[in-house]
Design a protein around this ligand. Structure first.
Ligand SMILES: NC(=O)c1ccc[n+]([C@@H]2O[C@H](COP(=O)([O-])OP(=O)(O)OC[C@H]3O[C@@H](n4cnc5c(N)ncnc54)[C@H](OP(=O)(O)O)[C@@H]3O)[C@@H](O)[C@H]2O)c1
Length: 284
């Protein structure tokens, strides 16, 4: 292993320290920032994720009201829970835990969330704001990757970034974000996917490669330019086993690389709280 490691933990700590200061300032003027969560059904993993977020919300000084709807909740039940939080002046951020049971339409429900309360940054209006460069909550994983590169002072402006994957939560919004005119972005971005069978030709010339495919081990050392920066964001779970897109041996070729565990995960969660405090500042 020769590459410098880029753990997400210190990046998340720095972001959360800023969030914590902003929460304190809101509380000083009598505003208690509030991040509401909605969970539908009895999936253990989803319930666990919600508990972790609620614990962290409490540690940061957020109120965290929660609705737990039963497995057989209807679309109308879900949307009326969303409407209640939308209309509650004491609630600023709203998170619907994904996935919802198969009989429900998550995208339709998301459309009913007040876009300014959308802490995931995935409401179509917010994706539109991102596309045209208007301020708004940013999608958490892409924003976390930009913050990670900035934290480790990895130059992005003017460099070639290749993203493997064009998914709606990761590859596509990341491409928009990193091509924007900002000192921590401003890159020449190329997105490759299954429609580009020789995608290796692009990744192997990139200064920064982001693996965002969700295909274990897809990015191998021969697909990476020596000294390049490798960000592993795509993962697949087999039971509790986490299988990253980035083959371990990439660390022998890359100049810097995210660790297999604790890379973009912590930065994603930190961005959720950054969106939540931003929502409280905007709406209070
Ligand atoms: N760490 C985190 O916090 C975090 C957060 C969000 C997502 N993720 C992970 O990131 C990954 C992507 O998420 P997503 O929601 O964007 O997924 P997605 O919608 O399934 O997108 C996957 C993309 O990868 C491309 N792809 C798949 N197999 C490929 C192959 N063999 N060759 C070339 N391209 C291939 C697909 O191409 P086509 O478009 O041509 O099908 C698609 O564009 C997933 O593993 C997800 O778990 C992680």
């Amino acid at each position: 292993m020769s590459a410098r490691l880029l753990p997400g933990g210190p990046v998340a700590e720095a972001v959360l320290a800023d969030v914590s200061d902003r929460v304190a300032r809101l509380r000083e003027r009598g505003v208690i920032p509030s991040l509401a969560t909605i969970l539908v059904g009895s999936d253990d993993a989803s319930a666990g994720y919600i508990r972790i977020k609620q614990r962290q919300a409490a540690e940061l000084g957020f109120a965290s009201p929660h609705d737990h709807l039963p497995d057989d909740a209807t679309q109308a039940d879900l949307e009326s829970a969303i409407a209640r939080y939308n209309d509650d002046p004491d609630v600023h951020g709203l998170l619907i835990q994904y996935p919802v049971p198969k009989h429900l339409d998550y995208d339709a429900a998301l459309l009913t969330v007040n876009p300014d309360m959308d802490v995931d940054g995935m409401h179509p209006l917010n994706v539109g704001r991102l596309s045209v460069g208007l301020p708004g909550p940013l999608p958490c994983t892409p924003a976390g990757i930009e913050a990670l590169l900035a934290h480790y002072e990895i130059p992005v402006s003017g460099r070639e970034v290749v993203i493997l994957g064009r998914g709606a939560t990761l590859g596509r919004p990341l491409a928009i974000l990193l091509s924007q005119k900002r000192p921590t972005a401003n890159a020449a971005v190329t997105v490759v996917h299954t429609g580009v069978p020789d995608w290796q030709r692009y990744t192997s010339r990139a200064d920064i490669v982001v693996a965002a495919a969700g295909v274990p081990g897809i990015l191998r050392p021969e697909h990476v330019k020596p000294g390049a920066v490798v960000i592993g964001a795509g993962v697949r779970y087999e039971g509790r086993r986490l299988l990253p897109d980035v083959d371990e041996a990439c660390a022998e070729v890359a100049g810097a690389i995210t660790p297999r565990v604790g890379g973009v995960g912590p930065t994603t969660v930190a961005m959720l709280f950054r969106n939540a405090v931003q929502a409280a500042e905007t709406l209070s």
